[in-house]
Write a protein of this length. Structure first.
Length: 528
């Protein structure tokens, strides 16, 4: 009898305790009870800050952050000795946390009791701050490759994107792992629409909490860290009252699939596919149609499609944002003969996608790009980030003629809040909303379709007392010379962001040359 009582007294307990994202009021009562019932606490030191009232007088062990397995082994050894132990993780201990390590180190013959106490995960916490972005099917993906090969991470990200699942990215960026998140975002953009709504949350429910909403194609311009989680929506994620949410219904998915299929059915076979978005692209498509070729013009927006129908008689227009998988299926289904990349000179992600499709499908690729209009003595910047820093060093009232996509790079740069920003964007609702979401007052937004004359630029900048202008090398057809002339007349600084350099398979900067290259590809495809 005495031996039995002694063995019962010596039986240990291992409590695997989740303590939520940060604030004490998000720790569930069962976790608090487990902490109070434990004699030994094993935790990373940071977690003690929000459980301190519940562990007074306990035996506390705090191996450093990099010694997760040592923490698990220590907690297990204490439990084997008959002690009541709480092994602590933030969020939920069973999700990217300590529970798996503890179970990994347990033995079948261990006799101590195991209790797993759930908690509020980083995904739950971030989603609640953003609204309700995870209301439909979703996935979580850790970008840490310490315990998982990077190739597996990329493969999973690719499948998440192709399924258009909402997802939460954990362990986004660390000091030794800077570029991985940008590779994952690039994979997401191959299959998800660039305007997909996303949230970036840093220090959820902790001091220094930061929450912001962005489009997917804005994220590659941002900086992150290990305290940041990224929530990526699906095609139906919407914005309302400063939040984002994903509808629960399934019917819309079927309707969208049917609509997309219907849009593709009427496209001609063996055509030249011109991916436009510029007046140059429309001019090329119109010339090819006049020469008697079958032409499909693909544009990212309905407005771009309307312009193509207006400017390119005889072509077929495929308008709307499509992912790389939709483009691939359309090109295959309709046996495209040549793929013409006439997108904007700064649309590098799109150009890279089209080059990849050309190679994977064996379809010839021709790049048509307007000549540069930058003078040798112009002040040029290698990137948007460099232009942001130089603009803030050059002026106080800064005008951005860079388009809406890169606004976040300027407006979220260190010191940006001390400057006054003015922007010009195309009059699309989503572009206007992007500027407003970044804090640009309505009185400082010019929403018009360019290009603009020297006189217009001069009058606008003079009225707004602009002292620095940032623009792209958009060429003559993009109104670049008019901007240069206006800035010179007003004697204000003008910074030009250089065009990104890509290794195009073949490129033409002259309309006649581009038409000849495309015609040759069409003739080769037809066997003539």
């Amino acid at each position: 009898m005495n031996m039995k009582m002694e063995s019962e007294v010596m039986a240990g307990v291992l409590n695997l305790v989740s303590v939520g994202p940060g604030f004490e009021d998000l720790i569930i009562p069962r976790a608090i009870a487990a902490l109070q019932d434990s004699d030994v606490i094993v935790a990373y030191e940071l977690y003690l800050r929000w459980i301190a009232p519940h562990i007074v007088g306990k035996q506390i062990h705090t191996p450093p952050l990099t010694q997760e397995r040592e923490r698990a082994l220590l907690a297990i050894e204490k439990a084997r000795q008959g002690q009541k132990v709480a092994l602590i993780s933030s969020g939920d201990i069973g999700i990217y946390a300590m529970a798996a390590l503890a179970f990994d180190e347990m033995r079948e013959e261990d006799t101590y009791t195991v209790n797993v106490i759930p908690g509020v995960t980083s995904a739950n916490a971030c989603a609640s701050l953003l609204g309700s972005p995870l209301s439909h099917d979703f996935a979580t993906l850790s970008l840490s490759n310490l315990l998982c090969p990077w190739e597996w991470i990329e493969n999973r990200a690719r499948h998440i994107a192709q399924a258009d699942l909402a997802c939460v990215l954990y362990n986004v960026q660390s000091a030794g792992r800077q570029e991985g998140v940008y590779r994952i975002l690039k994979l997401m953009l191959e299959s998800k629409a660039p305007h997909t709504l996303c949230g970036v949350v840093r220090n959820a429910y902790r001091p220094g909490q930061q929450v912001s909403i962005h489009r997917l194609d804005e994220l590659p311009a941002l900086q992150f860290d290990m305290l940041t989680s990224i929530v990526i929506g699906n095609r139906f994620t919407q914005r309302k009252r400063g939040f984002i949410f994903t509808p629960r219904g399934y019917n819309d998915w079927q309707e969208e699939t049917q609509t997309t299929a219907a849009n593709v059915v009427d496209l001609p076979a063996h055509a030249a596919w011109v991916f436009a978005g510029t007046s140059d692209g429309n001019a090329l498509a119109a010339q090819l149609a006049r020469q008697g070729h079958q032409v499909v013009v693909s544009t990212a927006t309905e407005y771009g499609g309307a312009l193509a129908l207006q400017d390119c008689p005889g072509v077929t227009v495929w308008a709307g944002r499509q992912g790389v998988e939709a483009r691939k299926q359309a090109l295959q289904r309709h046996q495209a003969s040549v793929l013409v990349d006439a997108t904007h000179p700064y649309a590098t992600q799109m150009s890279e996608q089209l080059i990849g499709l050309s190679r994977s499908l064996g379809i010839p690729y021709v790049r048509y790009e307007r000549p540069s209009g930058v003078a040798i003595d112009a002040v040029q910047c290698d990137s948007m980030a460099q232009a942001a820093a130089q603009a803030m060093a050059s002026g106080e009232r800064i005008f951005l003629a860079t388009g809406s996509k890169d606004l976040a790079t300027f407006l979220q740069a260190p010191g940006a809040q001390d400057k006054q920003w003015f922007v010009r964007v195309t009059a699309e609702p989503e572009f206007l909303q992007r500027a407003l979401d970044l804090g640009i007052p309505r009185s400082r937004i010019c929403a018009m379709q360019g290009p603009f004359s020297e006189a217009f630029n001069r009058a606008l900048w003079q009225d707004w007392n602009i002292d620095c202008v940032v623009t792209k090398d958009s060429g003559d057809t993009g109104g670049y010379r008019a901007k240069v002339a206006a800035a010179q007349a007003l004697e204000i600084a003008l910074l030009t962001v250089r065009r990104p350099q890509l290794d195009y398979p073949q490129q033409a900067s002259d309309l006649a040359d581009a038409c000849a290259r495309v015609a040759a590809c069409l003739a080769a495809a037809a066997g003539t």
